[in-house]
Design a protein around this ligand. Sequence first.
Ligand code: NAD
Ligand code: LMR
Length: 329
Amino acid sequence: MTRTPVNVTVTGAAGQIGYALLFRIASGHLLGADVPVKLRLLEIPQGVKAAEGTAMELDDCAFPLLKGIDIFDDPNKGFEGANIGLLVGARPRGPGMERGDLLAANGGIFKPQGQAINAHAADDIKVLVVGNPANTNALIAQQSAPDVPAERFTAMTRLDHNRALTQLAQKTGASVEDIKRLTIWGNHSATQYPDIFHAEVAGKNAAEAVNDEAWLADTFIPTVAKRGAAIIDARGASSAASAANAAIDHVHTWVNGTAAGNWTSMGIPSDGSYGVPEGLISSFPVTCTDGTYEIVQGLEINDFSRGRIDASVKELSEERDAVRELGLI
Ligand SMILES: NC(=O)c1ccc[n+]([C@@H]2O[C@H](COP(=O)([O-])OP(=O)(O)OC[C@H]3O[C@@H](n4cnc5c(N)ncnc54)[C@H](O)[C@@H]3O)[C@@H](O)[C@H]2O)c1
Ligand SMILES: O=C(O)C[C@H](O)C(=O)O
């Protein structure tokens, strides 16, 4: 039976993450090796020519699963019929820009995109926001799309999750596939909290396997939380291939499910679990089944974790208040 192609809209398609992402979507890594896709690339007018160049290269790969590429500079057209929306394009922080300026500039992007999703996307649309500040940009888009179920808007913390997996594997000498049930809580920012207290390394509790609270507090958490800045410092540009890889992982897991006995981290609208105010888009431990996700319940949160989760959630609340004041939500 011939499957109907899945429409995947990618914003910021001509950017560096876009360049690392599109080829993997087209080769079947986003949704599966048997799922045909149509790409809808959304750029600002100045980015369209470069997106056309990328589209030429995509053509030149002759990907069997790639059933079409269209390029737009109008979100209303870009999101028409979209089943998956990868919101990558965002306004980077410029010199002298305060957080409020950044939130305002991004509001100008994510509000119209949310409205376009509301009006034109397919009924089953799933949205992943990558562009920073990802959690609050996701909130702006979600609040601008009142007819779309709120839980379809998610923000990316999978890169943080993957970073934490490798740091823990390197510390314990395990391989990444031996590590299960790691969690990123909170915001995709330096306040995020990578939690290993419920994680397992080769079947053993990770915190016990590490048995080194100083390493946890002074090395592991800051290394994961500040990895984005360290990459910028080393590379002279923000992480792109690893961010694209995490976006692929996030959507693939959401659509195809988590493995039995394991979970992942996603920025999702809070239902009030773990004391995170309802509605904030915060990272939680989640399991995914049949295209839906559920927050892992019943985890005991110790004092070490509680303070760190609360600090990151406080930052999210402040970002929400700031975009409220700007009239963006
Ligand atoms: N959540 C995460 O883990 C994570 C990780 C890495 C990077 N990021 C963020 O992802 C974003 C993109 O990073 P990049 O390196 O690809 O940046 P980039 O500057 O290389 O590319 C961004 C692209 O977005 C386009 N764009 C800007 N406004 C747009 C709009 N309104 N509609 C469509 N396209 C638009 C630009 O023209 C540009 O081509 C940044 O905000 C970055 O901070 C997030
Ligand atoms: O763009 C950044 O500030 C960093 C990015 O979010 C990352 O985590 O690599």
